[in-house]
Design a protein around this ligand. Sequence first.
Ligand SMILES: O=C(CO)[C@H](O)[C@H](O)COP(=O)(O)O
Length: 429
Amino acid sequence: MATPTLQVALDLLELDRAVEIADEAVRGGADWIEVGTPLIKSEGMQAVRTLRERFPGHEIVADMKIADTGAIEVEMAAKSGAGVVCILADADDAVIVEAVRSARKYGVRLMADLINVADPVDRSRELAALGVDYINAHVGIDQQMIGRSSLDLLRRLAGETGIPIAVAGGLDAETASEAVAAGASVVIVGGNIVKAADVTGAARRVREAIDRPEIRPREEESRDAAIRRLFEAVSAPNVTDGMHRKGAMAGVVSICGRVKAVGRAVTVRTLAGDWAKPVEAIDVAGPGDVLVVSNDGGTSVAPWGELATHSAKNRGIAGVVIDGAVRDVDDIREMKFPVFATATVPNAGDPKGLGEINTEIACCGQEVRPGDWIVADESGVVVVPRERAYEVARRAMEVRKNEERIREEIRRGRTLSEVSELLKWEKRH
Ligand SMILES: O=C(CO)[C@H](O)[C@H](O)COP(=O)(O)O
């Protein structure tokens, strides 16, 4: 088997950062340098020219995602220095034929990207017959967030096309190695290299893994387990960033400082100070759940205190969020149990039994339904609608990864404004 090619995908907005990251990736063993679609949209063909000049010994791939005007776009990329140009596999045959003619004329190769193609096996055969040089079994970034897998797509194509297969979409060292074992000759890795603080180390791990391809037995993980694992690995701010800055409760803080609660909501509606339903909900909730109590916003009487906390902790409940006050704060702190509240007050109310358990509630400005996910830490509490939980958890992890590289660049001496080119990206009115 020929040595697999490692293509690093520079899906960035800033050319200077892209050059620096490409340099680090090449030192880790990347062969081909992909000028990612976001970089092309942000910087134009200048990005291709610059990378061509800076990396004379490496193939430059222009991820143009061509949908129309096949000849012109291939010509532009070729004249700027690309050796491989990417076209959408679901572009009309008229576009593909024109792109192939242009690619032959300018001496570049065409890679067809299967993103969103309904019948990838049939389409790949057609594209090979039309003269495309590589098929890219690609699952796009938004599709990855809802759980689609590039390895599954690749496995459907293996042995079917007669031309080399590239693979892209959320690959890391482990899945890249499996991809080569499954027949890929070009492995494309974006986020898991370019967002790493140590880009060279990340590229090297992928390089070593693809040079020793193997299929490892994988433990099946349920959706709920994956959601919990991801939410436990990110912060509440990462989660709201992953939801376009939505989902954060207002005015609620951690009573115990540095604690974290992740779990599905068991909701409670009660009236100010009536502690019957919150305490009954402890018996309704299971291990790993989070009690979310709407206390009618009352802060002068506490519906929650130390004994309830003790009981919730014994039951394995992950945390409690209250749109209202708590008491016995010193004892709760000693237990280090995640309690989030809007106030503290020493007096309790009475257990009258008003309210209900597990109905839709409003808590600190957010709608919460039973089964929605709660991620709470020292920064505050975020609610994630249950039907979007997997996607949001994946996006929150991407936010976290992205910050790793930015943090590293700040550590090296740049300002945050410089790293993110804030002035350039201010909204124009
Ligand atoms: O073309 C792309 C997105 O449309 C990316 O370059 C490709 O998906 C590789 O990046 P990642 O490894 O982050 O998925």
